[in-house]
Design a protein. Structure first.
Length: 288
């Protein structure tokens, strides 16, 4: 049974499972951790069909099939695979967009979907956005040593008042692509990281130039006994030259057979209300 995360504003909270709390004093985190899936937002899985290279999501009791979307996909140390229900012309969007990432070993994954025309007033609605990250095999966490992991991040940056604007709007949501670096100290039972090279790309204008977004710092925090972690973020603003209040959280798990992988989710609230801009960013990452 996957753990469930819900929203409070832009922050991720854990519902009904206690969360990634700090390890109790004198209780080591080392040992075998079983497979686990964490859900953020709507509990909607991306059912991938390798034969057709499609994903199917269930939305409002109907199945929606999404095809591979090369425009929104990127290759790298971790491939970001994108899927949508139709490639629309410039100035328009598909109704659904989804992303998935897997580590090279296949032992760690993250996925995210969004309904492009969903509306909300204070935070993403339950059915407009959903993501999962998972540890698919047992993970053996050591008692000492360190690990540095590298990977990719994909996030969605909303427009004011919508997770993503209605699909007849010329200026649509931005997808934020970035590189992830995580540093783990197993003896200290801590993790920290950075999402850098963040580029926000308007998704309705083919070939549009990316906007450089500030690095997002994943502040140092303890790893819990189940191999999970959560903490605040800092930085990461999409309007570096403007005065604003950018706040956020991240949460994740240690994974991979030898604890050399990780996956997680990020939620950031970009509040530039003095200049009329307030946006929500939600994303996932995989590192190895």
């Amino acid at each position: 049974m996957p753990s469930r995360f819900t929203y409070l504003g832009s922050f991720l909270l854990i519902a009904g499972c206690g969360g990634a709390s700090t390890s109790p004093a004198n209780v080591p985190i080392a040992g075998t951790k079983p497979p686990v899936t964490h859900v953020v937002g709507s509990d909607t899985a991306l059912n991938y069909d390798a034969a057709t290279n499609t994903v199917t999501i269930k939305f409002s009791d109907r199945d929606v099939v999404l095809s591979a979307d090369a425009f929104r996909s990127q290759t790298g140390i971790i491939d970001i695979e994108a899927f949508s229900d139709g490639l629309m012309p410039a100035g328009s969007l598909p109704d659904f967009v989804a992303f998935r990432m897997n580590s090279s070993s296949g032992q760690t994954s993250a996925e995210m979907y969004m309904k492009t025309s969903s509306t909300f007033t204070t935070s993403p609605s339950d059915d407009s956005f959903g993501s999962r990250y998972a540890r698919h095999t047992n993970t053996e966490i050591p008692t000492s040593g360190t690990a540095t992991m590298h990977g990719r991040y994909i996030g969605a940056l909303s427009q004011t008042g919508r997770l993503i604007p209605a699909n007849n709007q010329t200026v649509s949501y931005w997808a934020i692509y970035g590189d992830v670096e995580l540093t783990v100290d197993f003896a200290e039972e801590s993790i920290s990281g950075l999402i850098s090279n963040r580029q926000a790309i308007t998704q309705s204008v083919l070939g549009s130039a990316p906007t450089i977004v500030d690095d997002l710092v994943l502040t140092k925090t303890d790893i819990a006994n189940d191999g999970s972690y959560s903490a605040a973020t800092s930085g990461g603003g999409y309007r570096p030259s403007s005065t604003g209040n950018v706040t956020g959280t991240y949460t994740g798990i240690i994974s991979g057979a030898n604890a050399t992988e990780s996956a997680g989710a990020v939620a950031v609230f970009h509040d530039y209300s003095t200049s009329g801009h307030r946006r929500w960013e939600n994303g996932v990452y995989v590192a190895q």
